[in-house]
Design a protein around this ligand. Structure first.
Ligand code: ZN
Length: 621
């Protein structure tokens, strides 16, 4: 938008303001740091809990902070909350939250709702004022935290675990007593884009990196699985103790479970009196923990799941980078599958293939969401999409599926979204898609295709090298879309700005076609056309009557580079670059038309061409 300046004086003021802002925002990467110490007592009879939180906040930003914000997610589970109202207005509400035409949140009674309230809060010993707005606690600081400074917050809080509606809660559909995610006052992230104080409407992940020290006290009959490392296994037992050693449980009705989780941005726990706890120490790897209800119908699948989890961990270690923690816990709970720090909550009563599938997906999030902590609300395709991409490959290997194209269903979902006309660009905020289905396909499927199709553009080896370098360069940070693009550019030597823009910021589609195949003297002229707006390089396979094959490759001019021959056993001719604005590309092959049996655009089918019919030419009978 152009703002016409009315006077030179006004323009001058604006100019100096802007240069001031520019000077301030011209900084290199930084991130905030938190150290949480929490002590929590939970009453398993009424599902209420009280806690204290000691939080040391380090302000590594270049700015002095005058306010801070905490997420108080459990307040979403109250009639009239934004989550409830959104549920009642979105055309395709989540079936787990919306039953018989009604929001399950709207019907919660006072002893069934969730809540999380601060009863007192100090900053470095001084009282501060705070105000609850929905799921966000707004805090006006007693004194600013200067750039490079620290403050210690002490909060007393009280909460009630809601009936399980979504992700967390009590008594889920499989009878797990406590699924405790999004349960504590969680400091909102402040990064180079400013504060991220998103209300809890549907999606939630973006947190501050730091260390957690958590003491949970509850009825000693309960078994707890959690994000961190248990500090007092000899008091706890339940299979946490070292083999053959004696457990000394303290007297009394309750037990205190002490966990530490270093360098994470969230802390989850779950508890049930009927949990079986198994563990598996991987050779040169972390210890895997499994928590599941002691029910005969679960036993076989949950035992067989354990070596598969180790195989999946090895697959991700080799293909992305080494898992940086010493344990991972697969815990029955929640309402499907959800990833957390060093752990996951999954529903457990599933067919084996589905159980392995959900474990693989959530475990993959340890890389794409946890360690590579993109803002899930702004860039859900980097979190869900990259997870789906690597999970499709992992599932194919671990379950020995032998699918020639493990991404086929992923592409088909994306094509169906395009056909529906309901697609929104991937830059849409995760909560503000028109439809849950449009969010889902865009984040998971179109996000997965971002990578598989990148493999088509830069080559498969370069794609996998890109993932490993991306992990090395951005682990324990908050990478943004430009980071994966720059990594792929550095690895491949191919410019990819056009790809990031068209694929993620627009709903432009890809459609290349074979327009004509004609005789030209004793040779054959092939005319290709670009029908869709989105640019792509083009691989062409030509099959001859004698069974021989050759390929042709037309890089996009904007790439300023080219990929290696993806089919080294077939001779490839590199054609001149195709400048995007030109609707057609012609080239002549040195064989008569009568010898040409087929011309195929992109035999890999990794280019998401929305019309595959015009990608194949064969002589008419
Ligand atoms: Zn996921």
């Amino acid at each position: 938008m152009n703002i016409p300046f009315k006077s030179a004086g006004f323009a001058f003021i604006l100019f100096t303001l802007f240069t001031g802002i520019h000077a301030q925002t011209n900084y290199s990467y930084w991130q905030q740091h938190v150290d949480y110490k929490m002590e929590v007592f939970l009453n398993v009879e009424n599902y209420q809990y009280t806690g204290t939180q000691n939080l040391v906040y380090t302000n590594n930003s270049p700015d002095d902070l005058r306010r801070v914000y905490f997420h108080m997610y459990f307040n979403a589970f109250q009639p009239g909350s934004e989550m409830d109202i959104r549920l009642q207005n979105i055309p395709d509400p989540d079936g787990r939250m919306f039953v018989d035409g009604k929001s399950r949140i709207a019907g919660l009674k006072p002893d069934e709702i969730g809540y999380l309230r601060a009863s007192s809060l100090t900053q470095d010993g001084e009282k501060v004022s705070f105000n609850m707005e929905g799921t966000v606690l707004e805090v006006v600081l007693a004194k600013p935290i200067p750039s490079g400074g620290k403050s210690t917050f002490n909060m007393k809080f009280e909460g009630q675990v809601p009936i399980q509606i979504r992700r967390s809660g009590r008594n889920n559909s499989e009878g797990v007593a406590l699924s405790m995610s999004q349960w504590y006052p969680k400091l909102a992230e402040y990064d180079f884009e400013g504060w991220h104080t998103d209300p809890y409407i549907g999606r939630e992940f973006h947190g501050v990196w730091g260390d957690f020290d958590v003491k949970l006290t509850l009825d000693k009959k309960y078994v707890v699985g959690a994000s961190g490392y248990l500090q007092n296994p000899q008091e706890i037992g339940h299979g946490y103790e070292s083999p053959g050693s004696k457990v000394k449980k303290p007297a009394g009705k309750t037990l205190t479970w002490h966990f530490k989780a270093p360098m994470v941005h969230d802390f989850m726990w779950a508890a049930d009196p009927e949990y079986i706890h198994d563990s598996l120490k991987m050779e040169n790897g972390p210890t895997l923990h499994f928590f599941y209800k002691n029910k005969p119908e679960l036993l076989e699948n949950w035992k067989n799941l354990q070596p598969k989890t180790a195989e999946a961990m090895t697959f991700f270690n080799e293909n992305i980078g080494t898992y940086p923690y010493e344990q991972y816990s697969v815990i029955q709970g929640g309402d499907g599958g959800m990833e957390y720090a060093m752990s996951t909550l999954i529903t457990g009563d599933r067919k084996f293939e589905s159980l392995v599938g959900v474990m693989i997906h959530e475990l993959a999030h340890s890389w794409f969401q946890h360690v590579l902590a993109t803002n899930e609300l702004k860039h859900p395709w980097m979190d869900e999409g990259f997870t789906q991409f690597i999970s499709s490959l992992c599932m194919n290997e671990v379950m020995n599926q032998q699918q020639e194209n493990p991404f086929e269903s992923t592409y088909n979902s994306y094509f169906s979204l395009v056909q529906s006309g309901k697609e929104q660009p991937q830059t849409t905020h995760a909560d503000r898609y028109n439809l849950n289905a449009a969010y889902g396909i865009s984040a998971y499927n179109k996000g997965s295709i971002f990578l598989s199709q990148l493999g088509y553009i830069i080559g498969q080896d370069k794609l996998m090298e890109t993932l490993r370098r991306y992990f090395d360069d951005f682990k324990f940070k908050h990478p943004v879309p430009n980071d994966i693009k720059r990594t792929a550019e550095n690895v491949s030597g191919i410019d990819l700005d056009w790809y990031l823009i068209d694929w993620t910021e627009t709903t432009n589609t890809i459609d290349y076609g074979i327009k004509e195949v004609q005789a030209e003297d004793a040779k054959t002229k092939i005319t290709l056309e670009r029908i869709g707006l989105m640019p792509m390089p083009v691989d062409i396979l030509v099959v001859y009557a004698d069974g021989t094959r050759e390929t042709f490759y037309s890089p996009l001019r904007m790439m300023r580079g080219q990929k290696d021959n993806p089919y080294p056993n077939i001779e490839r001719t590199v054609l001149p670059d195709w400048p995007w604005a030109y609707p057609t590309l012609e080239y002549v092959i040195d064989k008569p038309l009568s010898s040409v049996q087929a011309v195929v655009i992109d035999p890999s089918q990794l280019m998401a061409d929305i019309n595959l019919e015009n990608n194949i030419w064969q002589p008419s009978e």
